[in-house]
Design a protein around this ligand. Structure first.
Ligand SMILES: *Cc1c(COP(=O)(O)O)cnc(C)c1O
Length: 442
C-alpha cells in the first residue's frame, strides 16, 4: 500500500482524521498479523521522516517530540548518517566482529572513550539494544568483583529481557506474568524530589543504610542507576544524590553503572547526564541516541573492569554491526558539528519557562534538563496522579499533529524528547499545541 502523496510537507499538516483511511486499513492488517502485545502510541503508519517531522501514509505531517524515544537526537535522515550508512551497506553489511573485525567498531569504541565522563583508561564492548548492554554491564561487574548482588532503584527502567526485567521496577506491563526473575537483585528507594521531599544527601543516606543493613556492601557487585530516570517519569534526583552514591561505590569497591541509554548523547544538555554533577561512572551504558535509530548499544568503562572478563566472555553475532557503527559515527559527527549539546540546552531554556507558565492546578511538577522535559499531572490540589488526564492531553496533541509521549510509574507524565536539531519554529509550534491541549483537557 502506498502513500497518497509523494512530496511530504515541510510543516505540520493534518489532512485527515487521525488515523486516516490508509492507516486505518493498515491497522486492520496489523491486527491480523502482529501480536497484540506489541502496541504503538500512534495509530498512523509512517512513510518517511526528516529533521523533526514524521510523514504518514495519509499525507499527514507531525512535529516529532518523541524522537523514537530519544533515539534520533540528530533528527531524522541526518545527512552524515544517511551517507555513511549508504556507503557501508554497499561495502559490506556483516562479517561478525568476533570472526573478522573492521575499523568502524574500533572507531566507535575510541569515540566512546573520548566522549564519556572521566579520563581514566577505558574499554568498550558493543551490543544491539539497551537491555542487552545493561545485562552485559552486570556481567562485567560480577566478573570483575567476584560478587553477585546488584542494587537498583524505585521507578527504574532497564529493559525487558529476563535480567533487565528484574532490574526494572514497574510490574504492568513490563514484568507481570513473566517471572521467575533473576536472583540477587535488590531494590532501594531513589530520589524523587516532587514526591519524597528529601534532599539528595537524605535520599542517599536512606538508600545506603538499606544496602548496608540488608545486603552488606561487600556483597554488592554493582549499583545500576539512570542519572535521570526515563520511563519511570523523567525523575531528576535531588542535587547530591548521585555523587553520594558514586562516592560510596568507590569506597566499597562497588561498580557504579550509569544507565545512560535514554539520557546520553546530548539529550540532557551534556554529552552524558552524569556530567551535570561531575559524577564519573565506573561503567556507562549507552544505546538509543548512539546511532540515530540503527540498533547499537555499548558498555564503556574502566579498562581494568572490562578487561577482567575472560576472552570470549562478551560478544554476540550482531553486536557492533558495521552499518550500525557507521550510523553511530555519522550521528556523533553531527552532534559535534552542529553543536547539538548546546542546542539541547537551548531547547530546555525555551521550553521550561513556557511549561511553567501553564496556568493550571493539575500540573504537579514541571522538570527536566536540556531536551528531556516532563510535566507531571495530578488531581487538583493533591499529589494524586492523573493518568486519565494525561491520556486525553496526549491524544489531543496527536490528533493535532504533534507526537508527545507519556511515561511514569503512575502513567501521569507527559514527556518531551524532541530531536536536538529541532528548529525553533517547530519547537514553538509544538509547545503551543501542547499548551492548548492542556488548557482544553483540564
Ligand atoms: C530504553 C531503555 C533501556 C532498554 O533499551 P532497549 O534498547 O529498549 O533494550 C534501558 N535503559 C534505559 C534507561 C532505557 O531508557
Amino acid at each position: 500500500m502506498l502513500a497518497n502523496v509523494s512530496v511530504p510537507a515541510s510543516h505540520r499538516q493534518v489532512r485527515t482524521a487521525i488515523p486516516g483511511p490508509i492507516s486505518s486499513a493498515l491497522q486492520q492488517r496489523r491486527s491480523r498479523a502482529v501480536s497484540a502485545a506489541v502496541t504503538s502510541t500512534l495509530p498512523v503508519y509512517i512513510t518517511s521522516a526528516d529533521g523533526g517531522l514524521l510523514h504518514d501514509v495519509d499525507g499527514n505531517t507531525y512535529i516529532d517530540f518523541g524522537s523514537g524515544i530519544a533515539v534520533t537526537n540528530v533528527g531524522h535522515a541526518a545527512p552524515a548518517v544517511v551517507d555513511r550508512v549508504k556507503d557501508q551497506v554497499e561495502r559490506f553489511t556483516h562479517t561478525c566482529f568476533m570472526i573478522a573485525p573492521y575499523e568502524g567498531y574500533v572507531e566507535v569504541c575510541e569515540a566512546l572513550a573520548d566522549l564519556t565522563p572521566g579520563d581514566q583508561e577505558k574499554r568498550s564492548a558493543l551490543f544491539n539494544s539497551g537491555a542487552e548492554a545493561v545485562e552485559n554491564a552486570v556481567k562485567v561487574a560480577r566478573a570483575a568483583t567476584g560478587r553477585q548482588a546488584v542494587v537498583v532503584f524505585d521507578h527504574a527502567y532497564h529493559g525487558r529481557t529476563n535480567l533487565t526485567m528484574a532490574l526494572t521496577s514497574k510490574s504492568v506491563p513490563y514484568k507481570h506474568g513473566f517471572g521467575p526473575f533473576a536472583p540477587e537483585i535488590y531494590r532501594v528507594s531513589g530520589s524523587y524530589p516532587f514526591r519524597d521531599g528529601l534532599t539528595g544527601p537524605e535520599s542517599a543516606a536512606q538508600a545506603l543504610d538499606r544496602i548496608d543493613k540488608q545486603i552488606g556492601a561487600d556483597q554488592v557487585a554493582a549499583v545500576v542507576i539512570e542519572p535521570v530516570q526515563g520511563e519511570g517519569g523523567f525523575i531528576e534526583p535531588a542535587p547530591g544524590f548521585l555523587p553520594a552514591l558514586s562516592q560510596w561505590c568507590t569506597r566499597n569497591g562497588v561498580v557504579f553503572i550509569a544507565d545512560e541509554v535514554q539520557t546520553g548523547f546530548g539529550r540532557t544538555g551534556d554529552w552524558f547526564a552524569c556530567e551535570y554533577e561531575g559524577v564519573v561512572p565506573d561503567v556507562i551504558v549507552t544505546a538509543k541516541g548512539i546511532a540515530a535509530g540503527l540498533p547499537l548499544a555499548a558498555v564503556t568503562g574502566r579498562a581494568d573492569l572490562l578487561d577482567a572478563v575472560p576472552p570470549g566472555g562478551l560478544g554476540g553475532t550482531y553486536g557492533g554491526n558495521p552499518v550500525a557503527c557507521a550510523a553511530a559515527l555519522g550521528s556523533i559527527e553531527t552532534i559535534r558539528d552542529q553543536k547539538l549539546v548546546v542546542a539541547a540546552r537551548r531547547i530546555g531554556t525555551i521550553a521550561l519557562p513556557r511549561l511553567r507558565a501553564l496556568p493550571t492546578d493539575t500540573i504537579g511538577h514541571v522538570r527536566g534538563r536540556g531536551a528531556m522535559l516532563a510535566v507531571e499531572f495530578v488531581k487538583p490540589g493533591t499529589r494524586e496522579p492523573d493518568a486519565e488526564l494525561v491520556r486525553r492531553i496526549a491524544k489531543t496533541c496527536h490528533d493535532a499533529g504533534v507526537v508527545v509521549l507519556t511515561c511514569g510509574t503512575y502513567g501521569n507524565v507527559i514527556r518531551l524528547l524532541p530531536p536536538l536539531s529541532l528548529p525553533a519554529e517547530l519547537l514553538d509550534e509544538g509547545l503551543t499545541v501542547l499548551a492548548d491541549a492542556i488548557r482544553t483537557a483540564v
